[in-house]
Ligand binder design. Structure first.
Ligand code: OOG
Ligand code: NI
Length: 468
């Protein structure tokens, strides 16, 4: 079969992400409200800030803003993670990064499945934060065995999804009809099921060990637990959420508001309480409830180098050491003030971030640069910083496409019922995670560095300047 007959993985990802958004909108109505709010605020922001609109357009990001979202799932056993990698690969999504959330008291470790190359990211940056439960962190041995045996019985993929993954691997792609069927079948894995696979008593025992364990173990599959649109002004959305009947968590996770946004800022609203039928229940008798699903928004900024990330981690750790948010979140303002104060040590203009090599940039020749090169006015030995100063080379921020472990833990905690921050530490276990996954995860810093280098090499070549 010729490869022309195959649907491009980027297109399958777009089909899937839009089907997922429709499904979530019908399952969680507040998600629809949030989408509207984010859309309005993005429009206002773009109108009020033409420079931002230009820069997004120049970097091919303007079109993707409204498509943009991430989701999250939690898996129970290694084989699920292994097959989830295969399923996402059909849509051009690959594991990037390793996140150890046990450092913040959440018994999972995670990766993000996402498109990797620039073109694919521009077409549709949909990503899924995927966690694997660490059953070894359940202390009670009987309960651990019980959880294992419940999970051993389930298969989270439909027979047709499994068959289509196999066909995509074997043939190198899916035809239009197969791709449509694949999207419909894959969606089944992420759907919410109100029928639990256990009795209320078992649910409660697992819930007492950790709410997250009950969420993963007691259901047929890894229901998508949130879908997150990208906003251009997270503080405005956070502030307007209550006006639309949505109560956000106490603080925005990540760095403070800045003129040059870095990394990722996120906030979420509480999980819905859902009715669940437990095994052994008569339909009209005692039904239980479970809180699993929530809403979240994110604002993305520039990706940081290892150096920049070190500074970010240090300033964040110092803030969290100085002010720990309590369970009710009543000292949230103290935390925000502390965060803003500490982050004054982080330069807040792009030129300093670039010259001090704290963040990653995409280089391209300007019109003036191109015409100088054409006239032969450019010394092939001109240093990069001089080319930028002369206006011959431009540097645009490379957007951070990944997640932050401390923020992710905060989102988990908040939706497990508390805003309390915990800072205890456990052993991270990337090797075990990669064994379960059946592949190594990509190193996100190497990906950003690769993009920066490639753009610079191209730009210098076009300008006829030697690499320096
Ligand atoms: C995932 C929480 C992490 C994020 O955006 O950092 C996350 C979960 O609750 O399963 O989605
Ligand atoms: Ni999220």
């Amino acid at each position: 079969m010729s490869t022309d007959a195959f649907v491009h993985p980027d297109e399958i990802r777009s089909m899937f992400s839009s089907a997922m958004s429709d499904m979530y909108r019908s399952e969680v109505p507040q998600y629809g409200t949030l989408m509207e709010l984010v859309y309005e605020i993005n429009q206002n922001k773009l109108e009020a800030n033409p420079k931002l609109a230009d820069s997004l357009e120049y970097n091919g990001e303007l079109e993707r803003i409204d498509l943009e979202r991430h989701g999250a799932i939690r898996l129970g056993k290694p084989e699920e993670l292994f097959n989830m990698r295969r399923l996402f690969a059909v849509m051009g999504m690959h594991p990037v990064g390793y996140y150890d959330l046990s450092v913040a008291g959440v018994p999972v470790h995670s990766t993000a499945f996402r498109p990797i190359d620039e073109e694919a990211l521009k077409r549709n940056p949909f990503r899924v934060f995927t966690s694997l439960l660490r059953l070894e962190l359940i202390e009670d041995e009987d309960l651990r065995h019980q959880a294992e045996s419940i999970l051993a019985k389930r298969n989270i993929f439909t027979a047709d999804a499994t068959k289509l993954i196999y066909l995509a691997e074997k043939n190198g792609g899916l035809t239009r009809i197969q791709a449509e069927q694949f999207v419909a079948e894959a969606l089944e894995t992420f759907r919410w099921h109100s029928d639990a696979t256990v009795t209320l008593e078992t649910y409660q025992k697992l819930h007492d060990a950790h709410r997250l364990i009950a969420d993963v173990v007691c259901f047929k599959g890894p229901h998508i637990n949130h879908l997150t649109p990208r906003t251009l002004d997270i503080d405005a959305v956070q502030q307007d959420m209550p006006k639309r009947g949505i109560t956000p968590k106490a603080i925005v996770e990540g760095p403070p508001a800045r003129s040059c946004p870095i990394l990722l800022r996120q906030t979420s609203f509480k999980a819905l309480e859902e009715r669940v039928n437990f095994i052994g229940d008569r339909r009209d008798e005692t039904l239980g409830t479970h809180t699993a699903r929530f809403g979240e928004i994110e604002q993305r900024g520039i990706a940081l180098t290892a150096e920049g990330r070190k500074l970010y981690d240090t300033l964040l750790a110092a803030t969290r050491h100085a002010v720990q948010i309590n369970a009710g979140g009543s000292n949230a303002r103290d935390y925000e003030t502390e965060l803003a104060d500490r982050f004054r040590a982080f330069p807040d203009d792009y030129e300093t971030l670039r010259v001090e090599k704290l963040a990653f940039f995409r280089y391209s020749p300007t019109k003036a640069g191109l015409s100088a090169a054409k006239k032969g006015d450019l010394d092939p030995a001109t240093p990069v910083n001089e080319l930028v100063d002369q206006g011959y080379l431009r540097a645009d921020p490379i957007i951070y496409e990944d997640f932050l472990p401390v923020s992710a833990a905060g989102i988990f905690q908040s939706n497990l019922g508390s805003d309390e921050q915990k800072n205890y530490s456990e052993q991270s276990n990337q090797d075990v995670f990669e064994q379960c996954l059946g592949a190594p995860v990509s190193d996100e810093l190497a990906l950003y560095a690769g993009l920066e280098h490639a753009s610079l090499a191209d730009a210098l070549k076009t300008l006829g300047v030697r690499k320096n």
